[in-house]
Write a protein that binds this ligand. Structure first.
Ligand code: ATP
Ligand code: MG
Length: 376
């Protein structure tokens, strides 16, 4: 029996726990907000606090990148933390992330860092309009972002950005060129201590109001090779151990990295039903120093996020190839409450299943599903 302590007690720790049980890997989770050690499924408070849990654990890992630096420091000091503090910081701070991508020689959008109004003017000259402005720290699901299209909006956006920068001493803004992409794709893969890689097929992602709504595994060898090369460069430059995700913009078949996530990723949930070994199991295998499992796709699969809803029509459970995964969370508008993995024998059958699913669901709750399914 191995014991893994996960920093963060959300759905990703929950799904690691579900994937770890058959391998006799026991998970406990550190809830960053309450600072309690909890059971990842029941959220029942366990044990005697973080220091004790660190001492008890064989391995410590994380389910998200916005971890207080003092917590990261004590985990790192134990010598048990994987992937690494540097990897978590690169995922949590867009300045470090951009620096890492450049030094790994991985294509990404042109950018500039803004701390002052003078920097903002310099960024406009360097990056050009339109541009996307993102807070360096704390951004997720498209939050903490602005779009600057014309110079008329500079003053109004600066007022909001200056407020954001003033919130904390270490906050800043990263300005990026607006990338005219055709679509967004992401790559999830694992690397173990021996440097072996296990990379999943790419997923094509649909975002609605900045939040992932649909993710579909795709089989496009040329794009896959490009993405895998960038994944390898990033993973090797961090000497990464665990599952890592890269989000890309696809611009006419040329990939640019948008961002990295040093963890299991929402766009990899399809692997629970669609791949030989799911991303949660492969993350645990990597950090527990086990051989990695096959990442081969075993059927056509999509993942549909359930946002802000805590019930589904019963008929969903009768639809063949539909697998519902709830996260056990209290309902809140827009909150990620669960997901549905939809599988089929081939892409055409998958598309038909997704359209059938969209017809069972409340359109107001899943507005993007039907058009996205029809466009597959
Ligand atoms: P998450 O953590 O949920 O992935 P996030 O808040 O970290 O999101 P990003 O992934 O950087 O933010 O951006 C959210 C979305 O905004 C992207 O998926 C993309 O659709 C759009 N976007 C971000 N940067 C750019 C850009 N430079 N050009 C065009 N669109 C962009
Ligand atoms: Mg993103």
């Amino acid at each position: 029996m191995k014991h893994v302590l996960v920093l963060g007690a959300g759905q990703l720790a929950r799904m690691m726990s579900l994937a770890g049980a058959p391998l006799n890997i026991k998970i406990s989770a550190f809830d960053v907000r309450s600072e309690n050690i909890v059971h990842p499924l029941t959220l029942e408070v366990l044990g005697n606090g973080l220091e004790h849990a660190i001492a008890e654990a064989d391995v410590i890992t994380a389910e998200f990148e916005h971890i207080p630096l003092d917590v990261l420091a004590i985990c790192e000091k134990s010598g048990k933390f994987l992937p690494s503090t540097d990897a978590i910081k690169a995922g949590g701070d867009r300045r470090i992330e951009k620096g890492l991508l450049d030094s790994a020689g991985v294509k990404n959008a042109k950018y500039a860092v803004i701390n002052t109004r003078t920097d903002f003017d310099a960024a406009i000259a360097h990056v050009g309009l339109p541009m996307v402005l993102k807070s360096a720290l704390g951004g997720y699901d498209g939050k903490g972002q602005w779009r600057l299209k014309t110079l008329d909006d500079v003053d109004a956006i600066w007022t909001e950005m200056a407020e954001c920068i003033a919130e904390s001493e270490s906050q800043a803004i990263v300005a990026e060129e607006f990338v005219p992409f055709q679509r967004e794709v992401s790559l999830v893969g694992a690397r173990n201590k021996q440097g072996e890689l296990a990379i999943y097929p790419l997923a094509e992602n649909v975002h609605t109001d900045g939040v992932l709504t649909l993710s579909t595994a795709i089989d496009e060898p040329e794009l896959q090779a490009q993405a895998a090369q960038m994944f390898t460069a990033v993973a090797e430059s961090l000497d990464y151990v665990g599952v890592l995700a890269l989000e890309f913009f696809d611009v006419n078949g040329q990939l640019l990295v948008n961002e990295i996530a040093p963890r299991v990723h929402n766009s990899g949930h399809w692997t629970q039903q669609g791949a030989d070994t799911c991303q949660f199991e492969n993350h645990l295998r990597a950090v527990c120093d086990m051989p990695l499992g096959s990442t081969q796709a075993i059927r056509a699969t999509s993942m549909v996020n359930i946002l802000g809803e805590d019930t589904l029509p019963e008929a969903v459970h009768s639809l063949s190839g539909c697998h519902v995964h709830w996260y056990g969370k209290d309902k809140r508008a827009g909150r990620k409450m669960g997901h549905i993995n939809v599988t089929a024998n081939d892409k055409a059958a998958l598309k038909a299943q997704l359209v059938a699913l969209s017809e069972l669901l409340d359109e107001a709750a899943f507005p993007a599903l039907k058009p996205a399914a029809e466009a597959l």
